[in-house]
Design a protein around this ligand. Structure first.
Ligand SMILES: CC(C)(COP(=O)(O)OP(=O)(O)OC[C@H]1O[C@@H](n2cnc3c(N)ncnc32)[C@H](O)[C@@H]1OP(=O)(O)O)[C@@H](O)C(=O)NCCC(=O)NCCS
Length: 194
């Protein structure tokens, strides 16, 4: 008997995406689309999988920022760390015709003592491949992880973005709260880890 192909792992339980009620989002989709029915039979919204290294996930992220040279082993190691922590919800859109990842967004959960040991959400690393932009997919992936954070019990979700994307996020329900919307950064030159 030949070797069995290795089973791919999901980063998180894909059935969570079946629980999202898109009517709860203020975002307007025209035509209407959801994570389960993204408008084309060849589009799939799902959690990141181990095999996505070979489906161009990192190439897609490189349209957002510098990704660096990452081997498959490094990718799988980081994937395993995220999966073990259980607080990372990297969500992707795949084009099933080419088996390529064409967009993604990450929801990260932060555990708190405040708010009765509450949990809050951060939106990170939103990108849609440039040849697929302007087709509501950016809105779709952001609304997907935003609704997911609510299903998981978060009391709020926040993000940092370029000024020009403020209207995009406003249309999805994010608010630049008066006196409370600054973002500050300190970048480390030396990135040696413990
Ligand atoms: C931002 C990004 C994810 C949007 O993806 P997209 O699939 O083109 O977005 P959508 O088609 O869902 O657009 C949704 C709405 O936002 C608007 N919008 C999209 N990109 C925008 C941009 N760069 N600037 C201003 N408005 C934008 C669209 O006009 C659209 O408005 P409408 O609903 O009134 O028609 C995509 O442009 C991208 O990957 N950019 C590079 C990476 C990046 O900047 N990521 C965000 C980091 S915070």
């Amino acid at each position: 008997m030949g070797a069995q192909p290795e089973q791919e792992l999901f980063l998180y339980d894909p059935s969570l995406l079946l629980k999202l009620d898109f009517y709860r989002s203020p975002a307007k989709f025209n035509p209407p689309i959801t994570a389960v029915a993204p408008g084309e039979p060849w589009l799939k919204v799902r959690p990141l999988k181990t095999g996505d290294y070979r489906r161009g996930f990192l190439q897609s992220l490189s349209q957002l920022t510098n990704v660096g040279e990452i081997s498959e082993a490094q990718f799988l190691n980081r994937f395993a760390e995220m999966r073990a922590k259980g607080d990372y919800y990297v969500t992707v859109i795949e084009d099933l015709r080419s088996n390529k990842i064409i967009g993604s967004a990450t929801l990260v959960i932060e555990r708190k003592f405040i708010h009765s040991c509450g949990i809050r959400a951060h939106l990170e690393d939103v990108v849609v491949d440039d040849t697929y932009r302007g087709k509501q997919l950016g809105k779709l992936i952001v609304v997907t992880v935003t609704l997911l954070a609510e299903v998981l019990g978060c009391y709020k979700m926040s993000l940092e973005c370029k000024d020009k994307l403020i209207p995009f996020y406003r249309s999805i329900g994010y608010v630049d709260e008066k006196g409370n919307s600054n973002s500050m950064t300190l970048r480390y030159a030396n990135q040696n880890r413990l």
